[in-house]
Design a binder for this molecule. Structure first.
Ligand SMILES: *Cc1c(COP(=O)(O)O)cnc(C)c1O
Length: 225
């Protein structure tokens, strides 16, 4: 049952926070619904889920029309510039900003709606050619650029760890992202505090929480698959 899985994941997050000396309220759970049926999404919302994550704009729009905005919608997957207009209409947070061009387009589209769009900069910490995200050495420049925009607010950084059989394999990448965030906040004189680290999925979220994650994106542990 999806509701039991949600309870179980919520408990695991709370226990992990306790062990790591963190407050459970510091870590939010994003229920990743990309593989879930509408029935399963309804059930998870009825069971108390507050944030849903989708990796594609089209499938998010379809679900959004059914489920509505009693929950928050986050875009966790790659965003093409030509979908920016639709994206700013429904997502409260876009985790996947990875280019100047995309940032500029989002700023323009958010401006048309009179909205300040919250975003994260996606960083390809491991430098995998198969993954989106800016290289770590380019992240600070993009964050700085976005901080100057009127209709975007950069709230932090996001990463996807390389696939691994062992959750411990992800630890160094999560640590790298945290250090990158802390370094940017330390050097920051412009007043942008990067609060969030979106990192950790079904196989590695506990390690991510130990390394400072504030947003875990969990699909399979809740919806199966
Ligand atoms: C699918 C997906 C997730 C969830 O992955 P699970 O292993 O199912 O928990 C998290 N983040 C991104 C970017 C995804 O595409």
């Amino acid at each position: 049952m999806v509701s039991d899985n949600l309870k179980d994941v919520t408990l695991r997050i709370a226990r992990c926070c306790e062990k790591a000396g963190r407050v459970p309220g510091d870590v939010c759970l994003i229920c990743v619904t990309k593989e879930a049926t509408v029935e399963a999404v309804r059930e998870v919302v009825a069971s108390g889920a507050r944030i849903l994550g989708e990796n594609r704009v089209q499938s998010a729009v379809a679900k959004y029309h059914i489920i509505g905005d009693e929950v928050s919608w986050h875009l966790i997957g790659h965003l093409q510039t030509n979908k920016a207009k639709e994206a700013v209409r429904i997502f409260s947070l876009i985790h996947s900003v990875d280019s100047l061009r995309l940032a500029q387009t989002l700023d323009k589209e958010a401006g048309k709606l009179g909205k300040v769009q919250d975003v994260l900069v996606q960083v390809n910490v491991a430098g995998e050619s198969t993954k989106f995200g800016v290289p770590p050495r380019e992240a600070a420049a993009l964050v700085k650029e976005i901080a100057g925009y009127h209709h975007l607010k950069v709230q932090g950084l996001m990463t996807i760890a390389p696939l691994s059989d062992d959750p411990e394999g992800a630890r160094m990448y999560f640590r790298d992202l945290r250090e990158l965030r802390d370094e940017m906040n330390g050097k920051n004189t412009a007043g942008y505090g990067l609060k969030h680290l979106s990192m950790g999925m079904t196989d590695d979220f506990e390690v991510a929480i130990e390394e400072g994650s504030t947003m875990v994106r969990i699909g399979r542990a809740i919806f199966g698959g």
